[in-house]
Ligand binder design. Structure first.
Ligand SMILES: [Mg+2]
Length: 308
Protein backbone atom coordinates (compact mmCIF):
# COMPACT_ATOMS: atom_id res chain seq x y z
CA UNK A 1 0.00 0.00 0.00
CA UNK A 2 1.36 3.45 -0.85
CA UNK A 3 1.85 6.07 1.87
CA UNK A 4 -0.95 8.15 0.36
CA UNK A 5 -3.34 5.17 0.33
CA UNK A 6 -2.41 4.30 3.93
CA UNK A 7 -3.02 7.89 4.98
CA UNK A 8 -6.41 7.91 3.23
CA UNK A 9 -7.27 4.60 4.92
CA UNK A 10 -6.36 6.05 8.32
CA UNK A 11 -8.47 9.12 7.64
CA UNK A 12 -11.51 6.99 6.74
CA UNK A 13 -11.06 4.80 9.84
CA UNK A 14 -10.77 7.91 12.03
CA UNK A 15 -13.96 9.41 10.60
CA UNK A 16 -15.80 6.14 11.15
CA UNK A 17 -14.64 5.87 14.76
CA UNK A 18 -15.82 9.40 15.50
CA UNK A 19 -19.14 8.95 13.65
CA UNK A 20 -19.86 5.70 15.52
CA UNK A 21 -18.75 7.50 18.70
CA UNK A 22 -21.30 10.26 18.05
CA UNK A 23 -24.16 7.80 17.41
CA UNK A 24 -23.40 5.38 20.24
CA UNK A 25 -22.41 8.24 22.54
CA UNK A 26 -25.82 9.80 21.89
CA UNK A 27 -27.65 6.56 22.80
CA UNK A 28 -25.49 5.96 25.88
CA UNK A 29 -26.17 9.53 27.06
CA UNK A 30 -29.91 9.01 26.59
CA UNK A 31 -29.86 5.73 28.57
CA UNK A 32 -27.67 7.18 31.33
CA UNK A 33 -29.59 10.44 31.64
CA UNK A 34 -33.10 8.96 31.57
CA UNK A 35 -32.63 7.57 35.09
CA UNK A 36 -32.49 11.09 36.51
CA UNK A 37 -34.79 12.97 34.11
CA UNK A 38 -36.84 15.64 35.94
CA UNK A 39 -34.81 15.31 39.18
CA UNK A 40 -32.92 18.27 40.65
CA UNK A 41 -29.17 18.05 41.33
CA UNK A 42 -29.99 17.92 45.04
CA UNK A 43 -32.39 14.98 44.56
CA UNK A 44 -29.82 13.14 42.42
CA UNK A 45 -27.16 13.63 45.08
CA UNK A 46 -29.43 12.33 47.84
CA UNK A 47 -30.38 9.25 45.82
CA UNK A 48 -27.18 8.33 43.94
CA UNK A 49 -24.33 10.48 45.25
CA UNK A 50 -22.98 11.00 41.76
CA UNK A 51 -25.14 9.31 39.10
CA UNK A 52 -22.75 7.37 36.85
CA UNK A 53 -24.25 3.96 36.11
CA UNK A 54 -26.56 2.78 33.32
CA UNK A 55 -29.26 1.26 35.54
CA UNK A 56 -32.58 2.23 33.91
CA UNK A 57 -35.49 3.16 36.18
CA UNK A 58 -36.39 6.84 36.34
CA UNK A 59 -39.90 8.18 35.89
CA UNK A 60 -40.32 5.99 32.76
CA UNK A 61 -39.30 2.85 34.70
CA UNK A 62 -36.83 1.78 32.00
CA UNK A 63 -34.81 -1.41 31.72
CA UNK A 64 -31.06 -0.87 32.24
CA UNK A 65 -29.68 0.30 28.89
CA UNK A 66 -33.09 1.13 27.43
CA UNK A 67 -33.17 4.34 25.39
CA UNK A 68 -36.04 6.82 24.99
CA UNK A 69 -37.72 8.94 22.31
CA UNK A 70 -34.51 10.87 21.62
CA UNK A 71 -32.61 7.88 20.25
CA UNK A 72 -35.70 6.32 18.65
CA UNK A 73 -36.44 9.45 16.63
CA UNK A 74 -32.78 10.02 15.76
CA UNK A 75 -32.60 6.49 14.33
CA UNK A 76 -35.80 7.06 12.29
CA UNK A 77 -34.15 10.08 10.62
CA UNK A 78 -31.12 7.90 9.87
CA UNK A 79 -33.24 5.07 8.46
CA UNK A 80 -35.09 7.47 6.14
CA UNK A 81 -31.85 8.97 4.80
CA UNK A 82 -30.32 5.54 4.22
CA UNK A 83 -33.46 4.12 2.57
CA UNK A 84 -33.69 7.08 0.17
CA UNK A 85 -29.93 7.60 -0.23
CA UNK A 86 -30.55 11.20 0.76
CA UNK A 87 -33.15 13.42 2.40
CA UNK A 88 -36.86 12.75 1.95
CA UNK A 89 -39.12 15.04 4.00
CA UNK A 90 -42.42 13.24 3.49
CA UNK A 91 -40.82 9.86 4.27
CA UNK A 92 -39.43 11.33 7.48
CA UNK A 93 -42.89 12.63 8.48
CA UNK A 94 -44.36 9.19 7.70
CA UNK A 95 -41.64 7.52 9.77
CA UNK A 96 -42.45 9.77 12.75
CA UNK A 97 -46.18 9.02 12.32
CA UNK A 98 -45.57 5.24 12.34
CA UNK A 99 -43.48 5.66 15.45
CA UNK A 100 -46.19 7.65 17.25
CA UNK A 101 -48.85 5.08 16.28
CA UNK A 102 -46.65 2.40 17.82
CA UNK A 103 -47.00 3.97 21.27
CA UNK A 104 -43.47 5.12 22.14
CA UNK A 105 -42.20 5.02 25.72
CA UNK A 106 -42.13 8.84 25.78
CA UNK A 107 -42.97 11.74 23.46
CA UNK A 108 -42.69 15.50 23.97
CA UNK A 109 -45.75 17.73 23.64
CA UNK A 110 -44.52 19.76 20.66
CA UNK A 111 -43.31 16.63 18.90
CA UNK A 112 -46.68 14.93 19.41
CA UNK A 113 -48.57 18.01 18.19
CA UNK A 114 -46.39 18.30 15.08
CA UNK A 115 -46.73 14.65 14.13
CA UNK A 116 -50.48 14.70 14.72
CA UNK A 117 -50.77 17.76 12.45
CA UNK A 118 -49.05 15.80 9.68
CA UNK A 119 -51.32 12.80 10.31
CA UNK A 120 -54.39 15.04 10.18
CA UNK A 121 -53.73 17.38 7.26
CA UNK A 122 -50.56 16.04 5.61
CA UNK A 123 -48.63 19.30 5.99
CA UNK A 124 -44.87 18.88 6.28
CA UNK A 125 -44.07 22.01 8.28
CA UNK A 126 -45.32 23.38 11.59
CA UNK A 127 -46.50 27.01 11.59
CA UNK A 128 -44.29 29.40 13.56
CA UNK A 129 -45.08 29.21 17.25
CA UNK A 130 -43.50 31.22 20.04
CA UNK A 131 -43.79 28.27 22.40
CA UNK A 132 -41.99 25.75 20.19
CA UNK A 133 -38.43 26.35 21.35
CA UNK A 134 -38.13 22.91 22.92
CA UNK A 135 -35.29 20.52 22.19
CA UNK A 136 -37.31 17.89 20.25
CA UNK A 137 -36.05 18.83 16.79
CA UNK A 138 -32.42 19.32 17.76
CA UNK A 139 -32.23 15.97 19.52
CA UNK A 140 -32.89 13.90 16.38
CA UNK A 141 -30.74 15.67 13.76
CA UNK A 142 -27.44 13.77 14.12
CA UNK A 143 -27.91 11.52 11.02
CA UNK A 144 -28.44 14.65 8.89
CA UNK A 145 -25.10 16.01 10.11
CA UNK A 146 -23.28 12.74 9.31
CA UNK A 147 -24.88 12.33 5.87
CA UNK A 148 -23.91 15.86 4.83
CA UNK A 149 -20.35 15.87 6.15
CA UNK A 150 -18.97 17.31 2.91
CA UNK A 151 -21.99 19.35 1.83
CA UNK A 152 -22.81 22.44 3.93
CA UNK A 153 -25.72 23.55 1.71
CA UNK A 154 -27.45 20.17 1.99
CA UNK A 155 -26.82 20.17 5.74
CA UNK A 156 -28.61 23.48 6.17
CA UNK A 157 -31.55 22.63 3.90
CA UNK A 158 -32.17 19.13 5.31
CA UNK A 159 -31.75 20.35 8.89
CA UNK A 160 -34.30 23.15 8.59
CA UNK A 161 -36.84 20.87 6.91
CA UNK A 162 -36.25 18.18 9.52
CA UNK A 163 -36.64 20.63 12.44
CA UNK A 164 -39.74 22.34 11.09
CA UNK A 165 -41.74 19.13 10.90
CA UNK A 166 -42.49 19.79 14.56
CA UNK A 167 -40.59 22.89 15.72
CA UNK A 168 -40.72 26.17 13.79
CA UNK A 169 -38.71 28.47 16.01
CA UNK A 170 -35.45 30.35 15.37
CA UNK A 171 -33.79 29.25 18.64
CA UNK A 172 -34.47 25.59 17.82
CA UNK A 173 -33.24 26.07 14.24
CA UNK A 174 -30.08 27.95 15.16
CA UNK A 175 -29.09 25.57 17.97
CA UNK A 176 -29.63 22.56 15.72
CA UNK A 177 -27.55 24.10 12.94
CA UNK A 178 -24.79 25.03 15.37
CA UNK A 179 -24.56 21.62 17.06
CA UNK A 180 -24.65 20.00 13.62
CA UNK A 181 -21.79 22.19 12.37
CA UNK A 182 -19.81 21.13 15.43
CA UNK A 183 -20.42 17.41 14.87
CA UNK A 184 -19.61 17.66 11.16
CA UNK A 185 -16.33 19.44 11.89
CA UNK A 186 -15.37 17.08 14.73
CA UNK A 187 -16.05 13.93 12.68
CA UNK A 188 -13.92 15.43 9.91
CA UNK A 189 -11.15 15.70 12.55
CA UNK A 190 -11.46 19.28 13.79
CA UNK A 191 -10.37 19.87 17.39
CA UNK A 192 -12.28 21.17 20.40
CA UNK A 193 -11.03 24.71 19.67
CA UNK A 194 -12.95 24.67 16.37
CA UNK A 195 -16.07 23.49 18.21
CA UNK A 196 -15.55 26.34 20.68
CA UNK A 197 -15.42 28.85 17.82
CA UNK A 198 -18.74 27.51 16.57
CA UNK A 199 -20.30 27.75 20.05
CA UNK A 200 -18.95 31.29 20.43
CA UNK A 201 -20.57 32.17 17.11
CA UNK A 202 -23.94 30.91 18.33
CA UNK A 203 -23.61 32.91 21.56
CA UNK A 204 -22.59 36.06 19.64
CA UNK A 205 -25.68 35.78 17.40
CA UNK A 206 -28.03 34.70 20.20
CA UNK A 207 -26.72 35.77 23.64
CA UNK A 208 -29.39 33.64 25.35
CA UNK A 209 -27.04 30.69 24.77
CA UNK A 210 -24.22 32.21 26.86
CA UNK A 211 -22.87 29.38 29.02
CA UNK A 212 -19.85 30.96 30.71
CA UNK A 213 -21.96 31.48 33.81
CA UNK A 214 -23.95 28.34 34.50
CA UNK A 215 -26.38 27.80 37.35
CA UNK A 216 -26.33 24.14 38.43
CA UNK A 217 -29.57 22.40 37.60
CA UNK A 218 -30.45 24.86 34.86
CA UNK A 219 -31.39 22.06 32.43
CA UNK A 220 -34.93 22.10 31.07
CA UNK A 221 -36.59 20.99 27.81
CA UNK A 222 -36.18 24.62 26.59
CA UNK A 223 -33.52 24.40 23.87
CA UNK A 224 -31.51 27.27 25.37
CA UNK A 225 -31.23 25.55 28.78
CA UNK A 226 -30.39 22.18 27.21
CA UNK A 227 -27.64 23.59 24.96
CA UNK A 228 -26.14 25.67 27.79
CA UNK A 229 -25.96 22.55 29.94
CA UNK A 230 -24.31 20.56 27.16
CA UNK A 231 -21.77 23.30 26.31
CA UNK A 232 -20.92 23.89 29.97
CA UNK A 233 -20.15 20.17 30.45
CA UNK A 234 -18.48 19.53 27.08
CA UNK A 235 -16.11 22.50 27.17
CA UNK A 236 -15.38 22.07 30.89
CA UNK A 237 -14.22 18.43 30.71
CA UNK A 238 -11.64 16.43 28.79
CA UNK A 239 -13.05 12.91 28.55
CA UNK A 240 -16.25 11.28 27.33
CA UNK A 241 -16.97 9.93 30.80
CA UNK A 242 -16.49 13.23 32.65
CA UNK A 243 -18.56 15.12 30.07
CA UNK A 244 -21.54 12.80 30.49
CA UNK A 245 -21.36 12.61 34.28
CA UNK A 246 -21.23 16.41 34.49
CA UNK A 247 -24.22 16.71 32.13
CA UNK A 248 -26.66 14.16 33.55
CA UNK A 249 -26.07 15.15 37.17
CA UNK A 250 -27.71 18.51 36.38
CA UNK A 251 -30.99 16.54 36.13
CA UNK A 252 -33.89 18.27 34.38
CA UNK A 253 -34.06 17.11 30.77
CA UNK A 254 -31.15 14.82 31.53
CA UNK A 255 -31.78 12.24 28.79
CA UNK A 256 -31.79 14.79 25.95
CA UNK A 257 -28.88 16.76 27.41
CA UNK A 258 -27.03 13.47 27.99
CA UNK A 259 -27.70 12.40 24.41
CA UNK A 260 -26.44 15.67 22.91
CA UNK A 261 -23.39 15.73 25.20
CA UNK A 262 -22.68 12.11 24.26
CA UNK A 263 -22.96 13.05 20.58
CA UNK A 264 -20.36 15.84 20.87
CA UNK A 265 -18.05 13.88 23.19
CA UNK A 266 -18.29 10.77 20.99
CA UNK A 267 -17.49 12.82 17.88
CA UNK A 268 -14.49 14.28 19.72
CA UNK A 269 -12.98 11.32 21.57
CA UNK A 270 -14.20 8.45 19.34
CA UNK A 271 -16.21 5.29 19.98
CA UNK A 272 -13.31 3.64 21.80
CA UNK A 273 -13.52 6.34 24.50
CA UNK A 274 -17.06 5.37 25.55
CA UNK A 275 -16.70 3.56 28.90
CA UNK A 276 -17.08 -0.19 28.39
CA UNK A 277 -19.43 -0.58 31.35
CA UNK A 278 -21.84 1.90 29.75
CA UNK A 279 -21.67 0.52 26.21
CA UNK A 280 -22.03 -3.08 27.43
CA UNK A 281 -25.25 -2.10 29.21
CA UNK A 282 -26.74 -0.31 26.19
CA UNK A 283 -29.52 -2.28 24.42
CA UNK A 284 -27.45 -4.36 21.92
CA UNK A 285 -29.91 -3.78 19.06
CA UNK A 286 -29.53 -0.03 19.56
CA UNK A 287 -25.72 -0.20 19.79
CA UNK A 288 -25.68 -2.20 16.56
CA UNK A 289 -28.13 0.13 14.76
CA UNK A 290 -25.97 3.12 15.73
CA UNK A 291 -22.84 1.44 14.38
CA UNK A 292 -24.49 0.35 11.12
CA UNK A 293 -26.16 3.70 10.49
CA UNK A 294 -22.93 5.62 11.11
CA UNK A 295 -21.10 3.44 8.59
CA UNK A 296 -23.96 3.68 6.06
CA UNK A 297 -24.26 7.46 6.37
CA UNK A 298 -20.51 7.90 5.82
CA UNK A 299 -20.74 5.62 2.76
CA UNK A 300 -23.35 8.03 1.36
CA UNK A 301 -20.86 10.86 1.87
CA UNK A 302 -18.04 9.04 0.09
CA UNK A 303 -20.41 8.03 -2.74
CA UNK A 304 -21.14 11.74 -3.16
CA UNK A 305 -24.88 11.25 -3.32
CA UNK A 306 -25.44 14.64 -1.70
CA UNK A 307 -23.62 16.52 -4.38
CA UNK A 308 -26.21 17.74 -6.80
MG1 LIG B 1 -36.35 11.28 26.11
Amino acid sequence: MSDAAAERGGEIAGRLDRAVGAMQGFAVGDALGATVEFLTPREIKAKYGVHKRVIGGGWLDLRPGQITDDTEMMLIVGRVILAHRGWNLSACCAGFADWLRGGPVDVGNTVRRGIRRFMTDGTLQAPYSDGDAGNGACMRNLPVALATLDDPAAFRLWTLEQCRITHNHPLSNEATLSLGHMVRALVRDADVAAARDEANGLVAAHPDFRFSVYRPGDCSPFIVDTVKTVFHAYFGTETFRDCLIETVNQGGDADTAGALAGMLAGATYGAAAIPREWLDRLDPDIASACRKQAAGLLRLVSAGTNEE
